[in-house]
Design a protein around this ligand. Sequence first.
Ligand code: PGA
Length: 301
Amino acid sequence: MHVTLRQLQAFEAVARLRSFSRAAEEMHVTQPTVSKQIRLLHEQVGLPLLEQLGKKVFLTEAGRELYATCSDWLDTWGRFEQTIANLKGLKQGRLRIAAVTTTKYFMPRILGPFCAQYPGVDIALEVVNRDRLLDRLANNQDDLYVMGVPPVGMDIESEPFMDNPLILLAPAGHPMVGRKRIPFAELAQETFLMREQGSGTRMTMERLFQERDTPLRVRMELGSNEAIKQAVAGGLGLGLLSRSTLNMDPSQKELAVLDVEGFPVMRAWYVVRPKGKQLSAVAATFLEFLRGNVQLLVPRQ
Ligand code: PGA
């Protein structure tokens, strides 16, 4: 059989994610490219490997056999690539980082200087919400993961590297602005703007209100921190966000941070990896760089 590594990678991604579109997204190619690779693979194997019913993708018996075989091959190949990159030292290599959406306010500030110091390193940064990031972690898709709430019950190593206070934002003209130590219970009278299902910020917010036995009234659900800030500025409600989202934002004049009892909620940003995962030389170097250069992540005022 004339089977290529690319075909196997496409098949493995579709079989694991049960979706052509998600496989294409992960591989940074178009969906027709993935379909073509799979079609060529079908022709070589001589039996159908996948069945598509509606939007769902199922593995045939031959598909299940191939999936088991090619997951092992690709793992071995990945280790080979890593060994070669290690042998070449840091001149080249790929660093795969998955980071939650909120980190987009600071991750580029460390990646820039890191790339300048190691120009041969090619970085793939996936920015996804917490739920998608946990899927990637469970599937061992990246070298390192950056998030605010490491999962409990997964076999991981997590290391805090920077503070991640959560603050309560109001529009500048809100009656609570300027008051000191506002009792938490008063928040029951307010309406809130909430991040989408699967967001770590949303999870923290829901837990906080639950712990305090305070009803949380949600006016609107929005899929990004920026959208929340704009909606708060527009007077649609209050927002609970990581302080990292405020960095150098021109619309900040329209926003005020409320002094509510229990705020800021002190948390940390963590760098996470599966327990016992052998880091590539590039990933280990990045981790050292991150530990030694946390000051780069904080914007100069
Ligand atoms: P989010 O995650 O960007 O998915 O809200 C933030 C966090 O984990 O604190």
